[in-house]
Design a protein around this ligand. Structure first.
Ligand code: HEM
Length: 178
């Protein structure tokens, strides 16, 4: 028999001082916690045009030594008006006692990335160790990301090797908390 089910007693929190105490190992990545939004630009040599986008990003935790991560982007025109939904991704950022990061990211485009990297001060670098693709996914063979937190601004840059092109710039964005 199905017994009574209480609301999940272990909620995620993206705000320090609310919800569970962050795990001590999370200390190097605590500045990421929160909800961020902002704008970015993208390009790739196979694309006819560069593009601009807006994005919302959330990093939260449940008291264990990993972050829950989700990002949603949408293309915008020159006036900032929304054009259409674009990249979204979700995943888990595990942190080791040496402040190494082990990240799993999934994309609705049929791509799963396993990334490893380091936190050094306010800079975070991640690089794919493996990329898995569903049969219909575009050919992405590797990506690199850098995050930096500068004066409460989250700066993000992504490179990728994809569709026969070597590793090079795809995205750059600046986000603020909201
Ligand atoms: C903020 C997130 C992102 C945005 C706004 C974005 C935007 C775009 C846009 C506008 C295009 C052109 C095709 C189209 O109109 O859909 C594109 C192509 C592409 N993107 Fe992204 N992208 C994002 C993240 C990513 C990520 C995380 C990856 C890889 C894991 C990726 C891989 C690709 C690939 C492989 C192409 C196709 C290139 C080609 O076929 O010529 N993108 N992206």
């Amino acid at each position: 028999m199905l017994g009574p089910v209480q609301e999940n007693p272990f909620p995620d929190s993206h705000t320090l001082g609310e919800g569970p105490e962050p795990h001590p190992l999370l200390r190097p990545v605590l500045p990421l916690l929160g909800r961020w939004h902002g704008r970015g630009r993208g390009e790739y040599p196979t694309l006819e045009q560069d593009f601009e986008y807006a994005q919302e990003v959330t990093f939260s935790h449940d008291g264990r030594p990993f972050l829950r991560y989700e990002a949603r982007a949408w293309l915008i025109d020159g006036t900032g008006a929304a054009v259409r939904p674009a990249g979204r991704e979700a995943g888990w950022w595990r942190i080791t006692p040496e402040a190494s990061l082990e990240v799993v990211l999934t994309h609705p485009t049929g791509i799963v990335e396993v990334l490893v990297g380091q936190v050094s001060g306010e800079e975070i670098e991640l690089e794919t160790k493996e990329v898995a693709r569903t049969p219909l996914a575009k050919e992405v063979t590797g990506t690199r990301r850098r995050y930096g937190i500068h004066e409460d601004e989250l700066v993000f840059v992504q490179e990728m090797a994809a569709v026969g092109q070597p590793m090079q710039h795809h995205l750059a964005a600046r986000l603020r908390r909201f």
